[in-house]
Structures are given as C-alpha cells and as structure tokens.
Ligand binder design. Structure first.
Ligand code: GDP
Length: 709
C-alpha cells in the first residue's frame, strides 16, 4: 500500500518555548484552526465552528499528547477559485506536532523530542522577549541542528514590544533572525499584522479570528513597513547570488522568489524568520501555520540519518525513502497505568505494517508491532502501515526504551544514539508497606523506561532503593507521579549529591592473589599503571601484555576486576571515573591460574595504584542563571558566594540584574526557597548540570567522614 500523502508535504515539528510564553495556547489555536479547516473546510460559518468546538470540548481535546497530527492548507492557496477538494489534494500539508517540555530540568525530555523533529516554532513572550530558558532550549536546538521560525506572542499585553523582543532575539540568540512581519498596533491596539513579503495588512475577524481579511497597509504604517521590508530583503537577497545581482540592478524581486530563497536559507540554518501576533486574541496563528508549510523542512529536505550497521560496524545512511529498509527511533514511552506502554516512534526510512516484527537493535530483541496509532487532536486513528516521516505510537512493546532504534531484522542498524547526561542527585525512597513495595518497584521501572536520565539502584549494604536524576525538581516530580498516578505510599529521604572519584597523578602497583589450600590453588599476578584523564573522558583500559606473560583469556577478567574496584571507589565509596589503567606486566601459573584469581588480582592492583595516585572526590557543578530586581543584587551575590559559587558574569536587563554563576550542587538544595526569601519572591533562576570538579580538601574530608559514620 503506498502512502496517502506526498512526503514533501510532511512537516514534523515542535513548538518550543519558555514556560508561560504561550506554547499551550498557540498549540490549542493550531489544533483549532487546523481542525476547522480539515473538518469543515468552510471557515466563514461561525455557527459551524461553535458546534464543532462544543463537540471537541465534550470529547476532550488532548493537546498534551506526545505527538499530534493535523492538516493545513496555506492561506494563499485557500484563496484560489478551485474546488476545495482539489486544493486540498494539491496543497494540503500534514503537520505532526511533537510535544516538547518547557522545563530544562528534563534535559532528556527536551533532547529526545528535539532529536526527532525536523523543524521548530519557537514562541516568545512579547513583553519579556528572550528569557533564560529560551536561551537554553535554543542552544539545544542548535545542537540538534533544528531549522526554526520564531513567533513573538502576547503582543496584546501591556508592555509588549515587537521591536524590543525582536532585538532581544538578535542580541541573545542569533543575528540571523529576520522580521518578516510587524504588528499593526500593540498592547490594546493590536489589530493584525503586516506581511512584509506581500506588503499587505492582515486582520483576523470573527469570534475566533478565523476570517482573514487582507487589506492595504494603513497610511501611518507604510513608511515603517517599508523600513522593515528593506532590512528583510537585504538579508534575503544576500543568500542568493543571482537574486542579489538582480536586486542590485534595481529589479523588483518577486514574492515567490524571495520565499524560495528564504526557504533554502532556513533549511540551511542561515536565516530565522520572525512572526508575530497574539495566540490568546486569535491573531496571527494561521500565518505561522503557513510559515511551517513554507519554510520548515519536509523529512526529505534534510540529510539522510546515519547509523551504525550492526553487521559491519560501519556508519551507514538510511534514506528518507519508503523503499529503503525500515528504521525508526523510539522517542517517548508514555505509561498509562491502565492501558500500558505507548511507544512513540518516528520513521526515518522504509515502512512498517501492524502485526509485523521489528528488531530493537539496542537490546537485540525482536518485538511484535501490535496496533499502530496516530493521535489527532481529539481521536486516535488506527493505522495499517506507517511510512517515512510518520510519527505514531504502538501498544505493547515489552522492552523498548526511549532512544532505542527499531529496524528491519535483516538490516540491523543503530541510529545515532541519544547521549544522556548521568544523573547528579539521588534520594532514598522507602515504601510504607509490603503492598507498596511491589507497586513502587513496578512504577519506578516504568518511569525509568520513560526517562533515560532517571535511574534506580539498590544499595547493596542496606537493601534500600535509591533513585537519581538531574535535579531536585526532577526527582520531586517523579516522586509525585508515583504517589498520584501509581498510588504508591512512600517515604523519601534527603537528596544526596552524586559524587565521583578520580585520581590526579600517575602511579604503578602490583596485585598478587596466591592461595595454596590443598587441591587446586589460586594464582593471579597483575602489574598496573594508572594515569588521570581529562574530565568527562571516562575509563580506558590498555593491554600492553606481550609474549603471553598473561594468557589472553585472563585479560577480560582483569579488566572486570578493575571495573568492579572502580565502582566501589577508593575514598568514600563513590564510583571512579576519568582514568586510564595500563596492564603492562604480571605472571601466571600453569595449573592454579583462573579467571577469578586474575579478577581479584586486577582489583587489588587497581586499589593499590589508586591509593598512590592522589585520589580526589569530584562534585557536580551547576550552571546558574539568577535574575533579580537590582535592589536584591547584593544579597543574592553574597549568598551565592557563601555557597562556594563563582560569579562569571553579571548583566543588566531592563531594571533587572542577570547573574551567571557556577555553583556546586551540594550547596543549592532548596535554592527556590532561599531565593524567594532573599528577593521577596521576585527573583527567578534556572540551573542545569555543567561539569564535575574536584571538591576542596576540607570538604572532601567532611564527605569521607560522613560516609564512615
Ligand atoms: P505555556 O506555559 O508556554 O504553555 O503558556 P500558556 O499557553 O499556558 O500561557 C501562559 C499564560 O499566558 C496563560 O494565562 C495564557 O492565557 C496567557 N497567554 C497565552 N498567549 C497569550 C497572548 O497572546 N496574549 C496574552 N495576553 N496572554 C496570553
């Protein structure tokens, strides 16, 4: 069965924003306008829209689904005289909206959704402009090379300014932003937008702004619009030699040519068009949808994905082509305590039928694809087959986690792995009763499958369960979910920092494990060198044994012994990282040597060497941005310094102070409360993990003693 929509008219996008910028409202409007255009087609009948809205409300619009599919015909095409069905056939786009979380504590969530989308609409608050979290999300989108367009929302609010917000995008995010619209009026007077490409004024009438009226630009705005248009055109024509030449000769450049050059520049990450309006007041959203169709990429506009061929180990490409072998990435596992696991995936190549089998190339397990579902605003559609660019969910996969590749068994491939940061904070969690114990185990397992930065561990000494994540808030939300969604009653301990250990100097040591106790003895003898590595470089094992001084079959056991010793740590029981151990000498015994003896000898040699190599404790350092009204600046800076914080930069933003700092995680538990009381509730901050760093020796001593107790 072939696909029903041409791939060129697929858009897999995300709407990303700082919390409160209006992402939910924008999404709601998008689903509303696409809903009407899809279902009713005729958008001028107010009563029909009302009825439709009522129905949708009764059924409960699900706008928080991990992915939602909707359809859109660009406004310009709707103006055509052709019958609607024909226009749809030729110009309707399928827009798959992938949900992206707003809070940066959930790095994994942001990353996994950014990984699978092809383009994004970034929403800003027209009063606040670029906010700290928008910067973080923006940098993430840069990292994943997501082409994007911007929407400056809330221009109806008191204090809103298009120009200021636009400038803050240019200053803080990218000099390549380019205004392609300006608002008609602002604050209470916002009444529409001017399209600088077409040089027309657009107003949104009807109860829901569903009727778009195109008019001449009002007299008093003509010169302003011309000024903005000139700036825009200069940036666009600079992107294309031929057009530039024509422009310099004084030719008028056609709108369609400008659009085409702009599209290419957006796909190339060279320009970022900026739109504006107000979601709440129903102004401008349809034009953002048009822009999604015009400027954001179809799956086959982007380079093919690459992955590792499991048979050859080589890096290969998978083409965005239905006839290539099937490959897809699972990007979200949503757990519903009643329905079970819904695995959301995006197809990168080939196609997949329900009822067939796929290989999870990360776990090596075969999984049966039962039902395949596509989520629309208000209903689920059951699909027989999915194709390149499709975003769908399947029910009942047993062992597939976020980030896993699903692929054709015959052509196994692992698509670029999503790298998630290691958790930096942990808490003990204890079920209140025996019945809770089981439920807790189940719910924690489910949640860790959903979220790769959330980990569960059992303390081998006490038998307690320890959960870890990316920040206090991250763990708080998880605990809240197991209590509310899974009805587990549990007690939670105080948060603990995930320290690590490493060595600072080179060293050498010998480990000899020899036992002679009747029967067969034990013999393992290992000489090791240790060397420190840079932060974040991990562990490296080098085998320099020559001439079979230690037989090959024992080498993996030695490595295992070292690894186990590293996990136990040397100073305070924290796992050791960032070091190289070189196995350079040793000996063996014909009869008595065994894997186990070498494993023990390896661990002994490592511990000896680590003791001599100046071991230290490492702690996670968080990157902080604190925003406070100027009058609290001194107090907040003083407090941060007292917490061993390093102030890196302070900036002025209107009458606010912005403080960039690096602060050890151990010093900032409960910082939300502290900042609130320091600033009468007016301060704001964001933090994310930055790097690991050596703990000062007096504090290291406290940590070591604390552990002994
Ligand atoms: P999210 O946190 O980014 O999803 O933001 P929401 O969509 O929930 O919006 C946050 C608040 O801003 C809500 O109270 C909205 O009603 C309001 N809001 C959203 N869009 C606009 C807008 O265009 N104008 C005004 N004045 N308020 C808006």
């Amino acid at each position: 069965m072939p696909r029903s929509y041409p791939l060129e008219r697929y858009r897999d996008i995300g709407i990303i924003a700082h919390i409160d910028a209006g992402k939910t409202t924008v999404t709601e409007r998008v689903l509303f306008y696409t809903g009407i255009s899809h279902k009713i087609g005729e958008v001028h009948d107010g009563q029909a829209i009302m009825d439709w809205m009522e129905q949708e409300r009764e059924r409960g619009i699900t706008i928080t689904s991990a992915a939602t599919t909707c359809f859109w015909v660009p406004t310009k095409e709707k103006e055509s005289d052709k019958p609607l069905e024909l226009v749809k056939k030729e110009h309707e786009y399928r827009i798959n909206i992938i949900d992206t979380p707003g809070h940066i504590d959930f790095t994994a969530e942001v990353q996994r959704s950014l990984r699978v989308l092809d383009g994004a609409v970034v929403v800003f608050d027209g009063v606040a402009g670029v906010e700290p979290q928008s910067e973080t999300v923006w940098r993430q989108a840069d990292k994943f090379k997501v082409p994007r367009i911007c929407f400056i929302n809330k221009l109806d609010r008191t204090g809103a300014s298009f120009e200021k917000s636009f400038n803050s995008i240019i200053e803080k995010l990218s000099p390549n932003a380019i205004a392609v619209q300006i608002p008609i009026g602002e604050e209470d007077n916002l009444s529409g937008v001017i399209d600088l490409l077409e040089m027309k004024a657009l107003r949104f009438e009807g109860d829901f702004g569903q009727i778009i009226k195109k008019e001449e630009i009002p007299e008093d705005l003509i010169s302003l619009a011309k000024k903005w248009r000139d700036k825009m055109i200069e940036k666009i024509v600079a992107e294309d030699e031929h057009i530039l030449e024509r422009y310099l000769k004084g030719d008028e450049i056609k709108e369609s040519d400008l659009r085409e050059v702009l599209r290419k520049a957006v796909l190339d990450y060279r320009l970022i068009p900026v739109f504006c309006g107000s979601a709440l007041k129903n102004k401008g959203i349809q034009l953002v949808l048009d822009a999604v169709c015009y400027y954001l990429p179809a799956p086959n506009d982007l380079p093919p994905v690459t992955g590792t061929d499991l048979k050859t180990g080589q890096i290969i490409e998978r083409k965005p082509d239905d006839s290539d072998s099937f490959s897809a990435l699972a990007f979200k596992v949503a757990t519903d305590p009643y329905v079970g696991a819904l695995t959301y995936f995006r197809v990168y190549s080939g196609s997949l039928k329900s009822g067939s089998y796929v290989l999870n190339s990360v776990t090596g397990e075969k999984e049966r694809i039962g039902r395949i579902l596509r989520m629309h605003a208000a209903e689920r559609e059951e699909l027989k087959e999915v194709f390149v660019g499709d975003i769908a969910a399947t029910v009942g996969l047993k062992n597939t986690q976020t980030g896993n590749t699903l692929c054709d068994e015959e052509k196994p491939v692992i698509l670029e792995k999503i790298e998630f940061p290691e958790p930096v904070i942990s808490v003990r969690i204890e079920p209140k009763s025996k019945a809770d114990q089981e439920k807790m185990g189940f719910s924690l397992k489910k949640l860790s499958e959903e979220d790769p930065t959330f980990k569960i561990k059992t303390d081998l000494e006490t038998g307690e369960t320890i959960i870890s994540g990316m920040g206090e808030l991250h763990l708080e939300i998880i605990v809240d979910r197991i209590k509310r969604e899974f009805k587990v009653d549990a007690l939670v301990g105080r948060p603990q920092v995930a320290y690590k250990e490493t060595v600072k100097e080179k060293s050498e040591a010998e480990g000899k494990y020899v036992r002679q106790s009747g029967g067969r003895g034990q013999y393992g003898h290992v000489c090791l060198k240790l060397e420190p590595k840079e932060r974040g470089q991990g562990f490296e094992f080098v085998d320099e044994i020559k001439g079979g001084i230690i037989p090959k079959e024992f080498i993996p056991a030695i490595q295992k012994g070292i690894k186990e010793a590293m996990d136990k740590g040397i100073l305070a029981g924290y796992p050791m990282v960032d070091l190289k151990s070189i196995l350079y000498h040793g000996s063996f015994h014909e009869v008595d040597s065994s894997e186990n003896a070498f494993k023990i000898a390896g661990a002994m040699a490592f511990q000896e060497a680590a003791k001599k190599a100046k071991p230290v404790i490492l702690e996670p350092i968080m990157k902080f941005e604190v925003i406070v009204p100027s009058e609290f600046f001194g107090d907040v800076i003083g407090d941060l310094s007292a917490r061993r914080g390093r102030i890196e930069e302070t900036k002025d933003r209107l009458n606010l102070k912005v403080i960039d700092a690096k602060v050890p995680l151990s010093e900032v538990f409960g910082y939300t409360t502290t900042l609130r009381s320091l600033t009468e509730g007016r301060g704001n901050f964001t933090m994310e993990f930055d790097h690991y760093e050596e703990v000062p020796s007096n504090i290291a001593q406290q940590i070591i003693e604390g552990k002994r107790k």
